[in-house]
Design a protein around this ligand. Structure first.
Ligand code: MN
Length: 223
């Protein structure tokens, strides 16, 4: 169990909360049948569900549709409430590649009933995050490319500049809902190409300039 984030250079920050943004890439919104410029949604990923630096994700229970969502993940350094957009970039300590694993069938049911996405987005290993790299070393992050592969086959590919709202604006947005703490992380949304995985699959999320995140889908958890 990871209890601190390590940023290269030896900086250690305690693990706090994990937040996530939905609907931040127009092409993904279209593939999910949403308006390209719809309103963003904010939800939580549990840090109890962390899969830090990759590893094996046991295929979770209560789903027949486990999906990957490759995402840029932000690590908050200096936190705060109601952070102005112009100041938000300076609150980002580091970036990592992440995968927002999702039980898509449970999410669809929750949407239909107007219920929260919590169970769709949280289960052991659902919050997969690669090693963090200091933000100053990879800016401008928008010029970087995200690629997600399953068993070597390219499934998602996008420049991070395709985000409807860039990372600092997302930090500002979340800080207007809840004060951000040092060590909070933020998943910034996924581009198009999401899809299912099966036991035995190898999922690789790469962002230029950041260490790759590799997750092996394990056997179904026995009932
Ligand atoms: Mn996501």
């Amino acid at each position: 169990m990871t209890d601190t984030w390590e940023v290269e250079g030896g900086v250690r920050i305690p693990v706090r909360n994990a937040y996530a943004i939905g609907w931040n890439y127009p092409e993904h919104n279209r593939e999910m049948g949403r308006q390209a410029l719809g309103k963003l949604v904010v939800f939580q990923k549990s840090t109890g569900a962390l899969l830090a630096n990759g590893g094996v994700l046991p295929y979770p229970e209560e789903t027949e549709e486990l999906h990957y969502e490759g995402e840029l993940v932000v690590l908050v350094g200096e936190g705060g409430a109601r952070i102005p957009p112009a100041e938000a970039a300076s609150r980002i300590a580091a970036y990592a590649a992440g995968i927002d694993f999702t039980r898509r069938d449970l999410q669809r049911e929750a949407k239909a009933k107007g219920e929260p996405w919590f169970a769709a987005k949280n289960f052991a290993g659902a919050t997969a995050v690669g090693p963090f790299v200091a933000a100053s070393r990879v800016e401008p992050i928008g010029s970087r490319r995200l690629a997600l592969r399953v068993n070597g086959e390219l499934r998602q590919e996008s420049l991070l500049s395709a985000m409807l709202r860039p990372a600092p604006e997302l930090v500002s947005l979340v800080s207007r809902i809840v004060p951000l703490l040092p060590g909070d992380i933020l998943f910034t949304g996924t581009p198009s190409g999401v899809g299912p995985v099966s036991p035995g699959d190898l999922v690789l999320c790469e962002i230029d300039g950041l260490p790759a995140l590799e997750v092996r889908i394990g056997p179904r958890e026995s009932l």
